[in-house]
Design a protein around this ligand. Structure first.
Ligand code: 3HC
Length: 272
């Protein structure tokens, strides 16, 4: 998600610094942005050259340097509270006083993340959807301490990059979209666990019968099965066994080449 978010910010005219823990990872992120921006340029969907957009993006592995001059910092590190807390604490120490600190979390509490900083009133959720360059919506989510001023600035920023923000004023687990979307992926996963459907049958039903752009298993692979896993694991309900099994085997979907589909052969991986 990090590179997709950086891309839409650069497309919106902002100077962006992307930071990851290793040079190789940050370069991989940049390459993804380059591919996507060049694709948009080829299709005549940019008002400027791909080069102009790409020139707005810098890369680094140094978090303190990355945020030292930022007005807005958007975090998209793994969905583990200890990693988020450590990241926010460092960002808080090095970002300018006026900077807004946002999290792209889809399953953790904004209040908990904000408490790792000395500016919880300036911490907000900016929850993007994958792929950010194609998905219009952004959830602007409040923590307990988030002020209206912070949420409004975050929302105005979302509009300035041509997205549609919606406020989620209570720090509820999963906000609005994932509260609706994760069960869409989980219910057929329970059926698959029980031998009651196949990957292809469930996906075909939703795509061909209901007109969804992706079926539930394809969508889970696309977003990362670990994301759905962490979402449910952080709640008081059980994780469907096939989802837990995929995560245990590091078959996390498209990003690892194997999930409910095998991305080398294109086949659905079934259990019955
Ligand atoms: N950048 C630039 N171009 C891109 C692109 C990208 N990131 N992704 C796809 N494209 C291009 C393709 O290469 C293709 O180009 P071509 O016509 O030259 O071959 C073109 O766009 C169309 O590609 P597709 O045929 O694959 O695109 P679709 O029309 O099927 O749309 C989609 C792709 C928008 C991803 C659509 O399948 C979709 O809406 N899927 C559902 C996505 C969704 O629901 N996301 C939300 C997930 S939940 C989430 O993120 C929250 C988290 O917290 C869990």
């Amino acid at each position: 998600m990090g590179h997709g978010i950086a891309e839409v910010a650069a497309l919106g005219g902002y100077d962006v610094t992307i930071r990851d823990i290793e040079t190789e990872l940050v370069e991989e992120g940049y390459d993804n942005i380059e591919w996507s921006v060049e694709k948009l340029a080829e299709k005549g969907q940019l008002d400027e050259s791909a080069e102009t957009v790409l020139d707005r993006i810098e890369t680094t592995t140094d978090l303190a340097a990355a945020v030292s001059d930022a007005d807005l910092v958007i975090e998209a590190v793994p969905e583990q509270l200890d990693i988020k807390e450590e990241t926010f604490s460092t960002v808080d120490e090095h970002a300018p006083e006026h900077a807004i600190l946002a999290s792209n979390t889809s399953s953790l509490s904004i209040s908990a993340i904000a408490s790792a900083t000395n500016r919880p009133e300036q911490v907000v959720g900016l929850h993007f959807f994958n792929p950010p360059v194609k998905m219009d919506l952004i959830e602007v989510t409040y923590g307990e301490a988030t002020t209206d001023e912070t949420a409004e600035l975050a929302s105005e920023w979302a509009e300035s990059i041509d997205k549609t923000p919606i406020y989620v004023r209570k720090d509820v687990h999963g906000f609005v979209v994932n509260t609706v979307l994760v069960p869409f992926m989980e219910e057929p996963a329970w059926m698959l666990s029980n031998g009651e459907t196949t990957v292809r049958a469930a996906d075909a039903t939703m795509v061909y019968e209901r007109g969804y752009p992706m079926g539930p298993f394809e969508l889970n692979d696309f977003g990362g099965i670990d994301i759905a896993y962490h979402f449910r694991d952080a709640s008081d309900r059980p994780v469907p066994p096939v989802i837990a099994e995929k995560v245990e085997n590091e078959a996390l979907g498209k990003k690892s080449g194997m999930g409910f589909y095998d991305y080398e052969t294109g086949d659905g991986v079934d259990y019955n």
